[in-house]
Design a protein around this ligand. Structure first.
Ligand code: NAD
Ligand code: UGA
Length: 469
């Protein structure tokens, strides 16, 4: 039986390995992590991450050919193929702080693989890494000159949170990068055979190592760029009376542009878009490509601009102050169908509103109070961060209430901000909400998911992104 071990039981390692185990019953898959609470979660009825469809997959294979363990070294030593799916956040100190990827976790994984291995292994880069990381990893793997062959592959992951299982079941493509040597090509074939258990062969793209690594950064940069492009257009729509939904539809019908990923919003969030673009910017700078670096930096700048524009709009509409006013914040995760709050736009918007001394009542169906308070209290690493986005003082944190029901959040509120497009927000009784709010009742739709006409008929003053007032 082929043995796979995946280091890192996070948003990527957990779901990807669960799907490999489901689709390949003849392969034994063990996911290992240094975090005992995470592993305990994976072995319990309350999985550590919320992802539609995940529980069913895990329940079917766990204990059969899918295992979760903290015995990292043991399972790495026994494996034929080791996936490394550890976090690669942005460096917060030292050289490249604020831009470069922090490869500490990757490096320590590679050192450990080298130290404990007693047999040949294919080592797969699942984490998103800077281009040419494999070169450094190869040097680490071979540092103690054992007679063991390590073949490194790049196999970046393209799943999106909230649709991870659907994306893994039928990916647009699977990408495998490897060395153009006989060993490299053999390893590519081995990994290809695993995916071929459920992915059509024509969807499995094979490249050299560096193209594999760079394609992942490029894909995220292009996706984020699309959102910043549409968000930049939304500002112009608001200034001119054009409607961003009509503009998105009109341009999206051009088959060269395509209709997906053109929803204007309060800004993109998530753990990867910003970090991967900053990583790309850093790589460009290191290669002396300053014009290219500045080009990609603008994608982040427009995203920050979109979030502050939203805060300014709320404050300006509510008679230039939200001090002591109750603002209900519906949704805190960075998108629907996930409890993940990493880089969620709600964090910056809430900080901005607290900076103007608002009282916040926050509700999200999947995010706990502890997480929300932690996110709002955390200092965000950003050298260029404006003062109003610094963490609020302990006194303003007291102005935050986290509640477990949308109706409680909006009761007696002066304004409502929709920060995440959870389906349940579309189904709320807005007449009831209006009746229980202070008047005039404001609603700021940061996701363009509301029926504006219907809300205005009820009496709400509605602001959506890129739409006529
Ligand atoms: P995560 O933080 O959810 O999970 C990483 C896990 O690795 C953590 O549980 C951590 O404890 C563990 N870990 C760190 N060092 C370890 C070590 N030495 N030994 C054992 N375990 C260790 O991160 P994630 O969201 O799963 O992302 C992982 C990688 O995948 C990142 O490079 C990310 O850019 C990339 N990625 C993420 C997504 C996504 O949707 N989250 C999608 C595609 C790619
Ligand atoms: C994104 C990519 O879509 C994945 O392919 C990639 O694997 C992943 O990053 C990663 O590398 O981590 P994810 O961040 O999970 O996935 O979710 P997305 O659906 O891409 O949404 C990202 C953000 O953009 C969310 O805040 C979302 O609300 C926002 N968004 C998305 C918009 O504002 N408008 C859109 O049209 C689409």
């Amino acid at each position: 039986m082929v043995k796979i071990c995946c280091i890192g039981a996070g948003y990527v390692g957990g779901p990807t390995m669960a799907v490999i185990a489901l689709k390949c019953p003849k392969i034994a898959v063990t996911v290992v992590d240094i975090s005992a609470p995470r592993i305990n979660g994976w072995n319990s009825d309350h999985l550590p991450i919320y992802e539609p469809g995940l529980e069913a997959v895990v329940k079917e294979c766990r204990g059969r050919n899918l295992f979760f363990s903290t015995e990292v070294e043991k399972h790495v030593a026994e494996a034929d193929i080791v996936f490394v799916s550890v976090n690669t956040p942005t460096k917060t100190h030292g050289l490249g702080a604020g831009k470069a990827a922090d490869l500490t976790y990757w490096e320590s994984s590679a050192r450990m693989i080298a130290d404990v291995s007693k047999s040949d292994k294919i080592v797969v880069e699942k984490s998103t890494v800077p281009v040419r990381t494999a070169e450094a990893i190869e040097r680490i793997l071979t540092h103690n000159r054992k007679k063991i062959n390590f073949t490194i592959l790049s196999n970046p992951e393209f799943l999106a949170e909230g649709t991870a299982i659907k994306d893994l079941f039928s990916p647009d493509r699977v990408l495998i990068g490897g060395r153009e040597t006989p060993e490299g090509q053999k390893a590519i074939e081995t990994l290809k055979d695993i995916y071929a258990n459920w992915v059509p062969k024509e969807k499995i793209i094979c490249t050299n190592l560096w193209s594999g690594e760079l394609s992942k950064l490029a894909a995220n940069a292009f996706l984020a760029q699309r959102i910043s492009s549409v968000n930049a257009m939304s500002a112009l729509c608001e200034a001119t009376g054009a409607d961003i939904s009509e503009v998105s539809h009109s341009i999206g019908t051009d088959s060269r542009i395509g209709p997906k990923f053109l929803n204007a919003s309060v800004g993109f969030g998530g753990s990867c878009f910003q970090k991967d673009i900053m990583n790309l910017v850093y790589i460009c700078e290191c290669n002396g490509l300053h014009v290219v670096a500045n080009y990609w930096k603008q994608v982040i700048k427009v995203n920050d601009y979109q979030k502050s524009r939203f805060v300014n709009r709320v404050v300006a509409s509510m008679f230039n102050t939200v001090a002591a006013k109750k603002i209900a914040v519906l949704g805190f995760s960075f998108k629907k169908d996930t409890g993940d709050t990493r880089e969620a736009p709600a964090i910056d918007v809430c900080k901005g509103l607290l900076g103007d001394k608002a009282r916040l009542s926050i509700y999200d169906p999947q995010v706990t109070e502890d997480q929300i308070i932690k996110d709002l209290s955390m200092k965000k690493f950003d050298k260029e961060q404006p003062a109003h986005l610094q963490p609020p003082s302990p006194t303003s944190i007291k102005q935050v209430a986290v509640v477990w029901d949308a109706y409680t959040a909006v009761k007696d509120a002066h304004g409502v901000c929709i920060m995440t497009e959870w389906d349940e927000f579309k189904k709320l009784d807005y007449q009831k909400i209006y009746d229980n709010m202070q008047k005039p009742a404001f609603l700021f739709d940061g996701r363009n998911v509301m029926d504006v006409g219907k809300l205005r008929k009820i009496g709400f003053i509605v602001y959506s992104i890129g739409k006529p007032l």
